[in-house]
Design a binder for this molecule. Structure first.
Ligand code: FAD
Length: 293
């Protein structure tokens, strides 16, 4: 067995931030405060989520359009197939294009009953995200990203090869990048990359970085997403569940280490799930060796 001594050839990863459309005025002012601080890190792009079932369509477009006008930073709008017909999805993609979005993150979306419930088809709609990729490619002028799952898609019954086949198909249809579910085990990111590299894929795979700030919240998110956190890491978080300051510090340390590891493994970018808060993400960015040295 030979040791793999190849190192990342990139000098710096791209940096991107994910925001969700706020529900009320207070949420909106928190979001703009977070954006003002995070802008100092010159993001390469931001992405704006799309509510389950399309509930935030108007807010996604409003926040994204304001963001583009105020900052000029490229915006990727998330879009899901849940509850929409092909014609409605086409209309939304055309709206994204007209509003100056740089791209779309083409997702199936979680079924109405939650990520582990059976998928419910919409008459005249799509059953798989690759159909949305195909539609976005047909419309043109939007860069197309997709979701990737280092811990296997929750609906794939552990079939990692199926997930790789799906990503390859989406790439062939026009996707150029993937953003992953949050990564806590860089070995799983490495396995995903290796499997895609072996198939000749050129997809950029941006690992999702989640700074943990609440124990019940991360337990719930892991349950819902089928994401994996190594047992030792989970136990370390559990130890601090009633000590918010120590838990937040641990969340920053764990995420910083994941960033260092995935970058060394060739990650072209780091995508931060900010939860519309700047503090933890800024602390991680200020510690990253490839950004500070
Ligand atoms: C980075 C990221 C951002 C997200 N943002 C949002 C958001 O803004 N709003 C929101 O509601 N949700 C969001 N989600 C959640 C996301 O919608 C769910 O995780 C959803 O399940 C993702 O599905 P997909 O796009 O991979 O679907 P698909 O690619 O359709 O896959 C679904 C299942 O079907 C299988 N499959 C796929 N294509 C085929 C085919 N052609 N034939 C047979 N089987 C197939 C796959 O293997 C998988 O098991 C996000 C997730 C991530 C990782």
């Amino acid at each position: 067995m030979s040791a793999d001594t190849s190192v990342s050839e990139l000098s710096k990863p791209t940096i991107s931030f994910e925001f969700f459309p706020p529900k009320d005025e207070q949420g909106e002012s928190n979001l703009w405060a977070a954006i003002a601080e995070l802008q100092n890190y010159s993001p390469d792009f931001v992405s704006i989520t799309y509510g389950a079932g399309g509930g935030t369509r108007d807010r996604t477009v409003k926040i994204a359009s304001e963001f583009i006008a105020k900052t000029g930073v490229p915006v990727i709008g998330h879009l899901t197939c849940v509850g929409s017909t092909r014609e409605e999805l086409k209309e939304i993609l055309l709206q994204y294009k007209a509003e100056g979005f740089s791209g779309v993150l083409a997702l199936r979306g979680d079924p109405v009953g939650g990520p582990t419930s059976p998928w419910v088809s919409t008459p005249g709609g799509f059953d798989y995200a690759n159909q949305l990729v195909e539609l976005a490619a047909e419309i043109g002028d939007l860069s197309i990203g997709v979701a990737a799952f280092p811990d296997v898609h929750p609906a794939s019954n552990g079939n990692f090869v199926q997930d790789i086949n799906v990503l390859i198909e989406k790439e062939q249809q026009g996707a150029t990048f993937a953003i992953t579910q949050f990564v806590f085990d860089s070995g799983r990111y490495e396995a995903l990359r290796n499997a895609l590299d072996q198939r000749g894929s050129k997809l950029a795979i941006y690992p999702g970085i989640m700074p943990v700030t609440s124990y019940p919240q991360i337990v719930r998110m892991l349950e819902l997403s089928g994401g994996y956190m190594p047992k030792a890491t989970r136990l370390r978080f559990a130890r601090f569940q009633n000590d918010p300051a120590s838990l937040k510090k641990l969340g920053i340390d764990v995420a910083t280490q994941v960033c260092e590891d995935v970058f060394a493994l060739g990650a072209e970018g780091l995508h931060f799930y900010t939860l519309n808060t700047a503090g933890p993400t800024m602390e991680i960015l200020s510690q990253l060796s490839m950004l500070t040295k």
